[in-house]
Design a protein around this ligand. Structure first.
Ligand SMILES: NC(=O)c1ccc[n+]([C@@H]2O[C@H](COP(=O)([O-])OP(=O)(O)OC[C@H]3O[C@@H](n4cnc5c(N)ncnc54)[C@H](O)[C@@H]3O)[C@@H](O)[C@H]2O)c1
Length: 366
């Protein structure tokens, strides 16, 4: 099932696998026949995709803090993974204002702990470390950011991700690039949406909860635009990079952006209305506009993804309409058709996504 079957029968260790992206990634890798090992602090939400899909019964799970250097190193040494994918983070912008120190610790020290563990690996291992589009120093311009642009960040979350990039860069140049057994890459992607997300302060989550309870959803920034992309898009990018690195088709130690098509940039209000229509509701009656923005939001940050296209033959697959359809289908099944097999539905969506990528002749899909 895709990626030249490189993950079949391989041990893949994912940090932060109980979260939104991690649950989709664990499911996809499990479906491809990988032996999935997870290392996470806890299950971050209730409900959660991790529990809904009963992933703990399908993979090997270890609960631990990514800032605990000894515990994480011991786990890596015990598992001896063929692939290591680092997702664990304090991933919420609003939480970063409430818990700045904890955000800095998890996102920066946690990344250093992962690099330290990689330095002790003495078998062949491909490592992909995930930061964020917010790692870029947002200079409020209209152009997409390229991998060569400066990292930085004025707010706490962005600063923590910019700093994680510097940690990765210095460990790479000082130590890891001298290790012939290690393949290593860094990825930066933006906001993702999809079924199975229940994180705080995310618009889709607010919408589906309100829709399922027959209430209106409060929108604090209706005109804000986001480059919406389905969670499967960056995941196909991470896995393509891992495949290319493992097969020696991609240069070692490089960062890659994975972003959506330009046309995916819609307002929050448009997204809410489109989701409501697919839910079978009156699109003009579902939202209450509050205009109450708790913190200053930076202007739209876009990614230039030419490098991923040129070197990995990757571009995003789904159009906006398909992306919203996937989301409505997933949450309606959860909230409305209550006895639906959510694992089977998730598997169906992953297969549909791969089929769509095949139609577009994307190499990773074969
Ligand atoms: N979701 C997005 O829109 C988005 C956008 C850009 C980048 N990212 C990045 O992708 C990654 C995954 O994001 P997500 O949306 O799945 O986040 P999430 O909040 O849903 O999940 C975070 C995961 O990290 C784990 N975690 C948190 N603190 C930890 C700690 N101290 N030790 C061990 N594990 C810990 C949690 O248990 C959970 O498994 C993060 O690095 C995030 O910054 C996410």
């Amino acid at each position: 099932m895709a990626f030249n079957s490189i993950f079949k029968g391989k041990k893949v260790l994912i940090t932060g696998n109980t979260g939104f992206k991690g649950s989709w990634l664990s499911t996809w890798l499990h479906l491809m026949g990988a032996d999935v090992y997870g290392y996470s602090l806890s299950i971050p939400t209730n409900p959660s995709m991790f529990e809904t899909l009963k992933l703990e019964e399908k993979i090997h799970q270890h609960y631990g803090d990514i800032c605990n250097k000894e515990e994480f190193n011991d786990y890596v040494q015990e598992v001896q993974p063929d692939f290591l994918i680092h997702l664990a983070a304090q991933a919420l912008v609003l939480t970063s204002y409430r818990e700045p120190f904890e955000t800095m610790t998890t996102n920066i020290i946690g990344t250093a702990v992962v690099c330290e563990a990689i330095m002790k690996i003495d078998w062949e291992c491909t490592c992909v470390l995930i930061t964020s589009d917010k790692a870029y120093d947002n200079v409020e311009w209209i152009w997409g950011y390229r991998e060569t642009d400066r990292v930085g960040g004025k707010d706490i979350y962005s600063g923590s991700k910019g700093a994680a990039e510097l940690v990765i860069k210095s460990y790479w140049h000082s130590f890891i690039n001298k290790m012939p057994n290690i393949k290593f890459g860094v990825t930066r992607a933006g906001n993702v949406i999809g079924g199975g997300d229940w994180a705080k302060d995310r618009i889709i989550v607010d919408c589906v909860k309100a829709f399922s309870e027959g209430e209106t959803v409060e929108i604090r920034s209706p005109k804000a635009t986001r480059p919406w992309q389905h969670v499967l898009e960056p995941l196909s990018g991470y896995l393509t990079l891992a495949q290319y690195l493992a097969e020696g088709k991609s240069e070692n130690g490089e960062p890659y952006n994975f972003g959506p098509r330009a046309e995916q940039t819609k307002t929050v209000f448009e997204l809410v209305q489109d989701l409501a229509s697919l839910w079978g509701l009156d699109r003009d009656k579902v939202a209450k506009l509050t205009g109450d923005i708790p913190f200053e939001e930076a202007t739209l940050l876009k990614l230039n993804c030419d490098k991923a296209l040129s070197y990995l033959n990757w571009h995003s697959t789904l159009h906006y309409e398909e992306c919203v359809r996937f989301i409505a289908e997933w949450y309606r099944a959860f909230y409305v058709e209550k006895d639906k097999d959510m694992y089977a539905l998730t598997e169906k969506q992953i297969k549909e996504y791969i089929d769509e990528a095949k139609k577009q002749n994307l190499e990773w899909a074969f």
